[in-house]
Design a protein around this ligand. Structure first.
Ligand SMILES: Cc1cc2nc3c(=O)[nH]c(=O)nc-3n(C[C@H](O)[C@H](O)[C@H](O)COP(=O)(O)OP(=O)(O)OC[C@H]3O[C@@H](n4cnc5c(N)ncnc54)[C@H](O)[C@@H]3O)c2cc1C
Length: 377
């Protein structure tokens, strides 16, 4: 396996984004690591496709999402998923027929995000729109009007996530995008998505984008390993793979003992009958019903001392079809807090104001998976 993964291409902002403490990050160009250039090319094509919809969308008072200016949305609802996370539904403040095209281009491409602005502090943070599934509470009209949904964790000390959780229903939220985080090549057949916490949002996107390419000849497959700290986030979720022996926590490996202690004492309120199945689990189940046999999910819960281990990864890898040798057909994606990504695949790096993928390290490097491309989100 190539020890490094390249590439391109997110240019940031006239507004302050998160410092390296953020939970996921962008991708960045590095000519040194040319082997995986296909991902870079795919990103450039995606940007071009997005630009088309964007140019069509521009008017003096555009209500169309675009990557250069902030567009106003209104907060329609905020439904708690767990004590620390909620599902946000937003609708464009002003009607625009072009949002459909802008979103479609992004969905067809792969994993994408938008940046929300905190207007008092003039800072921005990235969030991942959830795909529309049969479990989604949106009506067809709402979808056509360009509603977007987000799964957002409230960081107890975080500026923007706390701001979003404080907003009144009906309040304006300004966002810009779409920003392509990872274009999934058309040739991709198998994806292993390793998600920590709200890293499940890009996993849902990857599943939606990949599986919507299904034809009678092409039946791609995605396996999601989702690690959660809180039971409520994934309540009702049943793993597709029979349980393996317990593994050591990446949290305990990464954080100091005091951090581990505080996470284990985090309050988990009783779950009401209404919340018996997490909204996110419902989304995953809906994708499973839509694409039977093509998406499988395994749940890992800190409270149950269940953590993603090497054999969970290798079990799926061994079950996949032989590679065509191109490294475009098999892709591992890792998304979640910085410590989680680092433990699984090594840290991303900052250089010359850009965030790079950095060398492949951690659990995935140790597995030495020759045919697989790896992408850190
Ligand atoms: C592409 C992408 C997609 C994302 N999608 C989602 C999503 O769908 N859902 C989601 O919930 N999140 C998502 N995130 C993460 C999100 O962008 C934010 O990083 C997250 O919400 C925290 O932002 P914040 O402003 O609330 O916290 P921040 O203010 O950025 O603080 C984060 C943490 O860092 C600590 N901190 C801040 N400054 C310092 C300092 N100087 N020294 C030490 N510690 C410090 C804070 O105490 C806090 O605990 C995504 C990130 C990216 C890059």
């Amino acid at each position: 396996m190539n020890p490094s993964i390249s590439l391109c291409c997110r240019v940031r902002p006239a507004i302050r984004a998160a410092t390296p403490s953020r939970r996921y990050a962008s991708t960045s160009a590095s000519p040194k690591f040319a082997k995986n250039r296909w991902l870079g090319f795919a990103l450039v094509s995606a940007a071009a496709a997005g630009a088309g919809a964007y140019i069509r969308s521009q008017g003096p008072h555009s209500g169309t999402l675009n990557p250069d200016t902030f567009t106003k949305y209104s907060l329609v609802s905020r439904e708690p998923v767990s004590a620390t996370s909620s599902l946000f539904t937003l609708r464009p403040r002003y009607p625009s027929d072009s949002n459909y095209d802008v979103y479609e281009d992004a969905w067809r491409t792969g994993v994408w995000s938008v940046m929300f602005k905190q207007p008092q502090l003039q800072i921005g943070r990235d969030y991942t729109p959830l795909p529309t599934t049969a479990a989604t509470s949106l009506s067809v009209d709402e979808e056509n009007e360009g509603y977007l949904r987000f799964f957002i964790r409230k960081d107890p000390f975080g500026e923007v996530s706390r701001y979003l959780h404080r907003l009144n229903i009906g309040a304006d939220i300004e966002m810009r995008g779409p920003q392509i985080e990872c274009a999934i090549p058309q040739e991709t057949n198998d994806v292993l998505f390793i998600a920590g916490g709200t890293g499940i949002a890009p996993a849902l996107q990857a599943g939606y984008s990949l599986l919507s390419r299904t034809t009678s000849e092409h039946r791609p497959r995605i396996h999601i390993l989702w690690a959660s700290r809180l039971r409520e986030d994934c309540i009702g979720g049943v793993s597709d793979t029979p349980k393996a022996p317990l593994h050591r926590s990446w949290f305990s490996g990464w954080f100091s003992s005091s951090d581990s202690a505080s996470s284990s004492t985090q309050a988990v309120p009783a779950v009401s009958p209404k919340q018996a199945t997490s909204l996110i689990v419902k989304e995953l189940e809906a994708l499973k019903s839509q694409y039977p046999g093509q998406i499988t999910v395994d749940y890992y819960l800190d409270e149950q001392n269940r953590f993603i281990g090497k054999q969970d990864i290798s079990k799926f890898i061994e079950s996949t079809r032989p590679s065509d040798g191109s490294r475009k057909s098999k892709l591992i994606m890792v998304s979640g807090p910085a410590g989680f990504i680092s433990y699984m695949a090594g840290p991303k790096l900052w250089a010359q104001g850009r965030e790079l993928q950095g060398p492949l390290m951690g659990v995935i490097k140790e597995l030495d998976l020759k045919d697989w491309g790896v992408w850190k989100l």
